[in-house]
Ligand binder design. Structure first.
Ligand SMILES: CC(C)(COP(=O)(O)OP(=O)(O)OC[C@H]1O[C@@H](n2cnc3c(N)ncnc32)[C@H](O)[C@@H]1OP(=O)(O)O)[C@@H](O)C(=O)NCCC(=O)NCCS
Length: 189
């Protein structure tokens, strides 16, 4: 069963995120990840869907119409909390510190499309049972009207194969000192 998620699901969403997603946000404390989703869910033009097995959340997908504004409200409303946690996270994860430096120093590609699937994750206990594909299909049904969307994936993430299987094409390849990332696009019409 796939549902639009509400406030009451955020604790479970954050837990699945923390345990399964390779992302910078994952390195933050669970309370910070929860704060992130609380804020996202209060915004218009976001989409947060969950898949349930035996009434238990088994995975989720989250997308936004403006990826550049993803952290804007969070920073505005929690300046000290955000900078303190970012500093602490960067200190313990120097890979990301290098990554940020690289972003400042190198010219980064800016896509005209701001609509992105930001995170998709299925609990590892229920992986490879078709939940990922069900989430993606439901997500795309909701966004069909927009005709096109993008997402980012690290080249070494095996989810890249999942996307390739599901009709995404390469828009841009970003290489820096620390990682290789792909920006993928998909037409919905
Ligand atoms: C990517 C992810 C959401 C897929 O969810 P899932 O429920 O395991 O996938 P499904 O069972 O729906 O698989 C659908 C198809 O994709 C394939 N597939 C799924 N994950 C795959 C992977 N990591 N590598 C290669 N193929 C994969 C399955 O074999 C299946 O193919 P088939 O239909 O030909 O048998 C899940 O692996 C995940 O949560 N990964 C960790 C989080 C992550 O990295 N997210 C992406 C961040 S960009």
């Amino acid at each position: 069963m796939i549902l639009k998620l509400e406030e009451k699901h955020i604790v479970e969403v954050a837990k699945i995120h923390k345990e399964n997603l390779p992302s910078f946000l994952t390195k933050f404390p669970l309370s910070f990840i929860e704060k992130f989703y609380h804020l996202q869910i209060s915004r218009k033009n976001q989409l947060l869907l969950g898949v349930f097995e035996n009434e238990q959340l088994a995975g989720f997908v989250f997308g936004t119409d403006d990826v550049e504004k993803l952290y804007e409200d969070l920073i505005q409303e929690n300046k000290f909390y955000f900078y303190f946690n970012t500093f602490k996270t960067l200190l313990f994860n120097p890979k990301y510190l290098l990554l940020f430096l690289g972003k400042f120093l190198a010219k980064t590609y800016v896509s005209p499309c701001k609509r992105q699937l930001v995170y998709i994750a299925v609990d590892s206990k229920t992986a490879k049972k078709g939940f990922g594909i069900s989430l993606l299909k439901a997500f795309e049904k909701e966004w069909e009207q927009f005709g096109y969307y993008e997402l980012e994936v690290e080249s070494k993430n095996s989810a890249f194969n999942f996307y390739k299987k599901n009709g995404f094409f390469l828009v841009h390849e970003a290489n820096n000192w620390v990682e290789k990332k792909y920006l993928l696009g998909k037409n919905l019409k």
